[in-house]
Design a protein around this ligand. Structure first.
Ligand code: SF4
Length: 695
């Protein structure tokens, strides 16, 4: 209850991976008042601008209210039968790998689980990937290479106890604001030092002790140098390294790397290494500046190598920490929502793991190899290999790199299904079948935030029109495709119990992800579930991983991964002399489907812009607020110039949010080429090459 005496409903913010708890008070007319949940361990009542404006973004005007087939309203029965029939006939004619699902980190874990079960266990393909591929796939790959599984070892409490926090490729102040506020509170209390490693001077630098404006993509060289300095200074923790393999090889690679590629001065590099080595409690937070790179996995492993060498992992105030962009990127990973994973952190290419999941699901089919990752998936759509595609809660015609080609590929696909809350997106306009889905605050389920805390999202208001939860839509299509008993779910609680039980089966393989302690949770307890950090077993709940030096490779040791600097895929040249960086704004979210509904949020930075250094602007004759055309080898966009020395000479920065609906000539992903990390498949969204001309 709040002060007004009206009941409040506990839920979780639908935006970033901090996963803040919110209290929702419906007004009885479809609106909701929102405040921070003082009891949620992620935020203790705090909300950022986006979270506190959530109540302004709940409206029905823009909503898709009924299923649509080729632009005409149809019944659920007709639409779902059409979806089931077209997927079944396509599979019968062309095989299971001729269909695909492209889903979203916005999905709840229960939705993700059903989608993954349908595709991998019953359709028999691994062609399910997610927009989380654009967000944290490199972290997953780095974790798996080093630890043997995709474990985030640390917790938010580590920020309270660290003496040094290093932000690598992370504008925490704008992209994870409540976590940044927590860091600043710790800084006030204990004088935590903050170092920002980022080519751009971001808002996170305002409170930093040191900003290392390195050259884009050179993080591996910097962390390799740090590893070499750790060794030279005698700071290697030999006892901890005994729990690892590959230190000498990684050290040799590190010593062979060239630090000058970072563009940093000797003094800056020496000061950073001295601070890092001489501070016992170090947390290294990393995000999209690390992940969205053709060497993203290597960057992650370079960071992990430094923590493994010093044993700064798994103990309070220490550890590498991947902060996720979306509210449920972690939950998607836990139930296998990526084309190269099985549920519960099991491996698709491990025959024993496949057999266990197949047996648990009583599944007729199980793919043996990875499916198509996001970029490859849309290329397969474009060249006709994928003939039926279901896109759920995401807008790839805008948000994928090489967005014009992706838009054309979707338009050319014989059968496109889109589930979303609105039909007014660039992608939804290309759908053969549009399915109205419930939105945040209209449905029940769970999400997992960046520090492994599982929280409930709860229904506070009714969905408008005929909108339905995603798990319900997916399960009904599964039943109509002939898999009745496997998809006979009546509630998200039932789905949760099933995947919690599956995690108990996975435990026989010694996996980290285990929530089997909740496999018998009653409907009532699911309704009342409080935030809990996994693992959740009868004998263990939460905590940090790896303090005992036990990892998840077969020999239970961690691996150092030898890595060397590789430049970004695209090279600047006279025709394309600028390096384009991209990122989020403080007050917008993805393609603005929700945040654009808040006038308060839209007032922050109301139109698409390009940050350009004064020296470059002067040379090009570009003045403040001039329109400029940005051109890359694959596309162009028109933006308004902002002249600022927050970017380096030769670099420009643009935000990712504007779409064909909101600013047709400013779709930044139409400019970004689809180069990917060979290990993770994550696209390089922050290092394209472009020219800039006055418009
Ligand atoms: Fe929501 Fe992230 Fe802001 Fe928290 S920090 S209120 S999860 S957007």
């Amino acid at each position: 209850m709040d002060g007004s005496g009206l009941p409040e409903i506990r839920s979780t913010c639908p935006y970033c991976g901090v996963g803040c708890g919110v209290l929702l008070r419906p007004d009885g007319e479809g609106g909701i008042a929102v405040r921070g949940d003082p009891e949620h361990p992620a935020n203790f009542g705090r909300l950022c601008s986006k979270g506190s404006a959530l109540g302004e973004t709940v409206g029905f005007e823009h909503r898709l209210l009924s299923p649509m087939v080729n632009g005409s309203a149809r019944s659920w029965n007709d639409a779902l039968q059409l979806v089931a029939d077209r997927f079944s006939s396509t599979i019968a004619e062309h095989g299971p790998d001729s269909v695909a699902f492209y889903v979203s980190g916005q999905l709840l874990t229960e939705d993700y689980y059903v989608a993954n079960k349908l595709m991998k266990g019953f359709i028999g393909s691994a062609n399910i990937d997610t927009n989380s591929r654009l967000c944290m796939a490199s972290s997953v790959a780095g974790h798996k290479r080093a630890f043997g599984t995709d474990t985030v070892p640390g917790t938010y409490e580590d920020l309270d106890e660290a003496d040094l926090v290093v932000l690598v490729g992370s504008n925490l102040a704008w992209c994870h604001p409540v976590l940044h506020q927590r860091l600043l509170t710790a800084r006030k209390k204990r004088g935590t030092k903050i170092v920002v490693i980022d080519p751009r001077r971001t808002a996170s630098c305002n409170d930093a002790d040191m900003h290392l404006a390195l050259k884009p993509g050179s993080d591996v060289a910097l962390f390799n140098h740090l590893l070499a300095e750790v060794y030279e200074s005698g700071a290697v923790d030999a006892d901890f390294v005994a729990h690892t393999n590959g230190f000498d090889t990684a050290l040799d690679a590190a010593r062979a790397d060239v630090i000058s590629v970072t563009g940093l001065s000797d003094t800056q590099i020496a000061e950073f290494c001295k601070l890092w080595i001489n501070t016992e409690k170090v947390v290294t937070i990393y995000s999209q500046g690390v992940n969205q790179s053709t060497s993203g996995s290597d960057k992650v492993n370079a960071i992990l190598n430094s923590h493994l060498a010093t044993g700064r992992i798994g103990t309070p105030g220490c550890g590498p920490f991947s902060v996720t962009g979306q509210p449920n990127a972690m939950g998607g990973r836990e139930v296998g929502g990526l084309a190269n994973m099985l549920a519960c952190h099991l491996d698709l290419e491990n025959a024993d793991h496949r057999a266990a999941v197949r047996h648990f699901w009583n599944a007729p089919a199980m793919p043996k190899a990875h499916g198509l990752k996001a970029v490859d998936m849309f290329q397969a759509v474009g060249d006709g290999r994928i003939k039926a595609l279901w896109i759920i809660h995401t807008n790839p015609a805008v948000s994928m790199p090489d967005a014009d080609a992706v838009r054309d590929a979707i338009a050319s696909c014989p059968f496109i299904v889109v589930s979303d809350i609105t039909g007014a997106t660039d992608t939804a306009r290309l759908a053969d079948v549009l399915l109205p889905a419930s939105a945040w605050a209209e449905k029940d389920g769970t999400v997992t935030n960046s520090d492994r805390t599982i929280s409930r999202q709860r229904k506070a208001i009714d969905a408008p029109g005929q909108a339905r939860p995603d798990w319900d839509i997916l399960a009904e299509v599964g039943r109509r495709m002939g898999f009745a008993s496997a998809f006979d779910f009546a509630s998200p609680a039932e789905i949760f119990r099933e995947y919690a039980a599956l995690s108990g089966v996975a435990e026989q393989f010694g996996r980290d992800f285990d929530v089997s302690g909740l496999s018998k949770i009653s409907d009532v307890h699911y309704d009342d579930m409080t935030p809990q950090r996994w693992p959740i077993t009868p004998t263990r709940q939460g905590g940090r991983f790896f303090a005992d030096g036990q990892f998840y490779h077969p020999d239970r040791k961690a691996r150092f991964v030898p890595v060397r600097f590789k430049p970004p895929a695209a090279k600047t040249e006279p025709r394309f002399p600028f390096r384009l960086n991209t990122g989020r704004l403080r007050d917008q979210w993805h393609t603005m489907t929700r945040t654009a509904l808040s006038p308060r949020l839209s007032a922050h930075l109301p139109e698409p812009f390009l940050d350009i250094h004064p020296a470059d602007a002067g040379r090009l004759g570009v003045g403040t607020a001039d329109l400029v055309r940005l051109t890359s080898p694959i596309g162009s966009a028109i933006l308004r110039a902002r002249i600022t020395d927050s970017v380096q000479p030769g670099h420009v920065f643009a935000s990712i949010h504007w779409t064909g609906e909101t600013a047709p000539s400013a779709r930044i992903d139409a400019v970004i080429a689809a180069a990917t990390d060979p290990v993770s498949g994550q696209p390089e969204s922050k290092a394209s090459v472009v020219s800039v001309t006055r418009f």
